[in-house]
Each structure stands twice: as C-alpha cells, then as structure tokens.
Design a binder for this molecule. Structure first.
Ligand SMILES: N[C@@H](CCC(=O)N[C@@H](CS)C(=O)NCC(=O)O)C(=O)O
Length: 350
C-alpha cells in the first residue's frame, strides 16, 4: 500500500509548534520570504478490508472541500470518476476564507454548510478529531461519521484511497475498474508528481505568497521551467505519463484550470498564460471535457475567482476580482485525438 512520503501516525504534536498568529497560512508559513507549505497531519487510511480500522463503507465518510481549492478539487474529481457520488457525501465551505479560518455557514450559492454536525467552522472538525490539534485547518478533509474523526487531510493520499479502496461500491463496473495509479506506472507517475507538486501546484503559491523579490523570482523560474517542460512533453504524449490518463493528470489539471483566471494576475505568474501554450491548453480542455463533464462538474469558477481575490488581503487589499478570460473557451474542440490514448473505462452513469 502507498503511504506517501510521511508516516501517518500521530506525530503532529512533535512537528507543530504553537503560534500566536492567525490561522491562515499565507502570512504564517513564510520563512526568509519564502512560502513553505506545512505537511498535513492526519494520515490514516480507508481500506477495502471490512476488518480495517477504517473500512470502506457507503454513507460513512464525508469530504469537506472548498470548490476554490485545487487540493480539495483533486478529491472531488476522483469521487466523480470512480462513481462514488452516492457513497461519499460532500460538504462545501463558504467562498471567502477569513483570517479565522474556513466557515461552514452556507453563505454562498454552492456552499452547503455542515450537513452532518452543523458546525460553523472547519476548525471545529479538527478539534473534534483532536482537542490538542495545533496544525493548519485545511481542506480537503476526509471525515469519518462513525468516530467523529478525521481519517486523512492530505489530498495526494485521499486520491490514492479513492482510486482503489471503494471499488466494491462504485456505481458501475467501469468506474470500479478505472485505475488511475496502475502499479506498472507508479514510479513514473510519482516522478512527474514530484516535479509538478513543487514547481507548479505549490509553485504558484510560492510566487503569490513570496515576501521577497528573490523568493518570488526563484519560484517564478522553477514554475515556468516546468510549464515549458510540460508543453514539450505534451507535444508527443497525450497525457503526462504517456497514453494513459493517470493521477498525474488530475493533479496537474486542478492548477492549470485556475491558472489564467487567477494565478497569472493574482499570483504574478505572468510569463505564460495556459491559453498561449497550445499543447497545455488543448490538454486542459480535453480533461475538462472528459467523462461526460464529470471533471468539469468539480470546477466552479465563481468560487475559484472570488475566493482567491477576496481572501488574500495582503496580496489584494481591495478585494476586486478580475473577470477574464471567458471560460466558454474550455468547450472548444481539443483536437488531441491524433495522439494515442488508452481508452478511459469510465463514462456513462447506470
Ligand atoms: N497538502 C494539503 C494542502 C491543503 C491546503 O493547503 N488547502 C488550503 C486551501 S487551497 C487551505 O485549506 N488553507 C487554509 C489555511 O492555510 O489556513 C493537501 O493537499 O490536502
């Protein structure tokens, strides 16, 4: 079983230290001007085995997510592709993230509030799971109703669980069979993920939250090198790891889809727009259109745009949000069919 880079034991009391500052990380987790994302601290696993500590069961687990959040939306895309929408509930936080942390007041269209316990703050879920919790109050959260606890709050691990632990409960045999982390490709997927995580997924945040020119420039160059490397790779390869759509593509997509409307301006990642890199742009459109719009259903531009521009007061004090570009562009033909692709055994609902 894959456990990611860190142990998933409760070592967090050692890792985390008390901080008197606000909860949100973009002001707090900065060292010598560089934004340093902290590791997630709940790292337990749901397993197919009915005797496991957290066995896969219908109706037992809930994902708390922000539609704005690229990390959370990885897990929502997997839940859709794996036919698990009737098996795992989703609760959506409010659009704007105040200094005190994510709220669950169903303030915005598309925000559900906490339909399970009626909690108003994401931090309350963390304290229910661990009254001594001293880490960040992030989404996504994979929550267990039976024990009122958090199983895991690290999206890169939640998507691996969703890929295989719930297969017996998937809506269709095709969705159950869908394997986006096949054993024979894991080394290559992990290698791509490593680069894409540091320089792209987290790289855009390092640009946006940098507090020195030097830190910004370092992140900016690494980010653009990776985008250019991906653009080259996608000239002859349908997906990031050859002809097979994998977790590497889901993980890249959630950042690419936010790039032009948000990161280019808000995070100053303006060397390229994805729309000007033909292969990356066509690749982004293909994924958006994939699987009868199942992935597109996890993309909410209203939440994405308002969240970023209106939450990060230190980056954008006026809270004015930028309106472009037209998201309808995503529905233009992707023309990637000339590159070989393994068939994606998902598709229609029963
Ligand atoms: N490594 C985590 C990162 C999650 C994360 O940073 N989520 C952001 C939203 S995009 C968050 O909840 N931030 C609240 C905070 O930093 O206080 C994962 O991939 O699950």
């Amino acid at each position: 079983m894959y456990h990611g880079g860190l142990s998933h034991t409760h070592s967090h009391h050692i890792i985390m230290s008390k901080s008197g500052e606000g909860n949100v990380s973009w002001n707090k987790d900065v060292k010598e001007g560089r934004y340093e994302r902290k590791d997630s601290l709940f790292r337990r696993w749901i397993e197919a085995d009915p005797d496991a500590e957290f066995p896969a069961e219908a109706g037992r687990y809930v994902i708390y997510a922000a539609m704005a959040c690229p990390w959370a939306c990885r897990t929502l895309a997997m839940r859709e592709l794996k036919g698990l929408t009737e098996v795992i509930e989703v609760n959506i936080v409010d659009v704007v993230l105040p200094d005190t942390g994510w709220t669950l007041e169903a303030k915005d269209e598309g925000a559900t509030g906490d339909t399970i316990n009626g909690r108003k703050q994401v931090s309350e879920i963390y304290y229910a799971a661990d009254p001594e919790y001293d880490g960040r109050f992030t989404v996504p959260i994979l929550y267990d109703k039976v024990n009122d606890t958090i199983v895991n709050n690290e999206s890169s691990e939640i998507i691996v669980m969703l890929n295989s632990a719930f297969n017996a409960l998937s809506a269709t045999p095709e969705a159950a069979a869908l394997d986006l982390y096949p054993a024979e490709l894991r080394d290559e997927i992990d290698e791509v993920n490593e680069r894409v995580y540091h320089s792209l997924n987290n790289g855009v945040y390092k640009c946006g939250f940098a507090k020195t020119q030097e830190a910004y420039e370092e992140a900016f160059h690494a980010l653009n090198d990776t985008l250019e490397w991906m653009e080259d790779r996608l000239a002859s390869s349908r997906y990031l790891v050859g002809s097979r759509f994998t977790l590497a593509d889901i993980r890249a997509f959630v950042t690419l889809i936010r790039y032009d409307p948000v990161y280019v301006t808000h995070f100053k990642t303006n060397k390229h727009r994805i729309r000007e890199l033909p292969n990356l742009w066509a690749y982004t459109r293909e994924i958006y259109q994939m699987a009868d719009g199942k992935i597109a259903s996890t993309v909410n531009f209203d939440h994405i745009i308002r969240h970023y521009y209106c939450s990060h007061n230190s980056v954008n004090p006026t809270g004015i949000y930028a309106l472009g570009p037209d998201p309808a562009d995503l529905l233009k033909p992707h023309n990637r069919d000339s590159l070989p692709a393994d068939p994606l055994p998902i598709v229609h609902d029963p």
